[in-house]
Design a protein around this ligand. Sequence first.
Ligand code: WTA
Length: 635
Amino acid sequence: MSNYHIKHLEEYYQVYRKSLRDPETFWAEVAEEHFMWRKKWDNVLSWDFTKPEIKWFEGAQLNITENCIDRHLRNRGHKTAILFEPNDPNEDAQHITYKQLHERVCKFANVLKEQGIAKGDRVCIYLPMIPELAISVLACARIGAVHSVVFAGFSATALSTRINDCEAKMVITSDGSYRGAKTIDLKGIVDEALEDCSGISSVLVAKRVGSDIQMKSGRDHWLEPLLEAAYKDCVPEIMDAEDPLFILYTSGSTGMPKGMLHTTAGYMVYTAYTFKNVFQYREDDIYWCTADIGWITGHSYIVYGPLANGATTVMFEGVPSYPDFGRFWDIVQKHKITQFYTAPTAIRALAKENLDYVTNRDLSSLKVLGTVGEPINEEAWHWYNDHVGDKKSPIVDTWWQTETGGIMISPIPYSTPTKPTYATLPMPGIQPALMDENGIEIKGNQVDGRLCIKFPWPSMARTIWGNHKRFKETYFSAFENKYFTGDGALRDEVGYYRITGRVDDVIIVSGHNLGTAPIEDAINEHPAVAESAIVGFPHDIKGNALYGYVILKETGESRDRDNLSKEVNQQITDKIGPIAKLDKIQFVPGLPKTRSGKIMRRILRKIASKDTSNLGDTSTLLNPEVVKEIMDKAL
Ligand code: WTA
């Protein structure tokens, strides 16, 4: 029996049980058989969730890019590693072979070194979905620099906050980016961000759109001439298993975004293992994940997981609606995609369009469909299953998080019978627990509770960059000796898990995690605003949309409400990015508060969702009269 590639349900259960009985032997076998180590580990695992401190494969030495690139050169040198599909369907796709990828990563790594970047330095990458994004990520890993990719839809303020938090020395960006019919001035956003970042000594700029941009002399460099001049080989830096690989920011329910730190060996082993199993990847498959590398899904399942398996991974620069709503299906047909991994929000958006977009394309190459990022509703699941998968491609509803590094709960296609809206069963090595509000584990089936994980797995985040205390408080304090996910879940009669959604103040909009507090902070900075509260409400396409309740200052009372609403959204766009804009804004005289001054969001959520028949207990409110006033004018 191979631990590495599960092929039927019985085998899954056997492997799963083995992984529980002896997790260390289990992961040691996976690590031993499928990766290239410069030195083997002295100790598979040491852990203490009270500190918390987690170490996997301590003492081992490796470089993740040797595993993702070099070791494939002998047998897969001419195989396509990255298949780049540009925004414009008339521009040629690029097939970058493993050999070419090796050379491009090495050259890029040498450029980084020439620019003074060394092991342990942080490099911020703010790029669109062009090959340079994957290549720069790998180039950092090649020399042991810690990459911090920031999604190129974030605003200048969001970018500068992230650059400063991890004290990055360099930014890698492009002149601009294409998104459908739009061209975005990325370099302009970087310039604005860097006004607040004194630690950046150099900016590398890839040419993508050919726009006229400002280059600050001494700081900014065009990438292409540097790459051309660089040497084509670069000896990989030998890293310790627990050396940092990357930082990736995710929203918290309060305050600053959290820079989740992932380390090298465990992350590599777990993402590669789950990629192979969850997508049942076979040698000649063409795998496509539509996420952006700016999110964890792109890190783990566009770059590291697929490349560690010698796979062909597609990178798509554009959007599903350009030049029309058939674009995804055009790409599936054109490149004969075998595994297709996307977000429920994209499925819902496409399901609203004419079915001809799907039925006119040949999608027969597909074998596995995946979803990630938010719960998938029954209707979207069936549409995906019937029209995209033609009822023959299993859907893997994969539940995981930036913090978990890799997929935690998911069917294994062709093994686990799927069930709409259920992420089904834990991956080998993953020990979920459902907890009640008193911190007691709820055993048995047909129960629901707060989802925790009670044993470490290799790709879990090790800390929040620069704030270990917050790491402990956020994830390891709510339930003793367990990692708390922030999600609620239920377990059905056969032990399948269904994720019911966040139980904290994070709202998932179109698959993006948004904390309420940072959005409220952004709104409150508007001179006419006194206070605000944000809640989510169900939305057909986005899953959740944002509803803002805003109290104006006296000076704002006379202002036109439509204009104020636009300004509030502009404020959010400037501080965070357009993804955090509010769908509805209601100006209110007050917010329902408890006697201790806490906003009662439960009531606001009900009003926003038009579910006001039972508001629950309002007796503890300081100002119950305001509830009726808000309800009367609700949008
Ligand atoms: C939610 C994305 C239901 C969940 C990889 C989680 C999901 C948060 C699913 C993490 C799913 C992700 N079903 N909910 N299949 N996948 N989520 O950090 O609330 O961007 O906590 O990681 O998305 O989002 P993140």
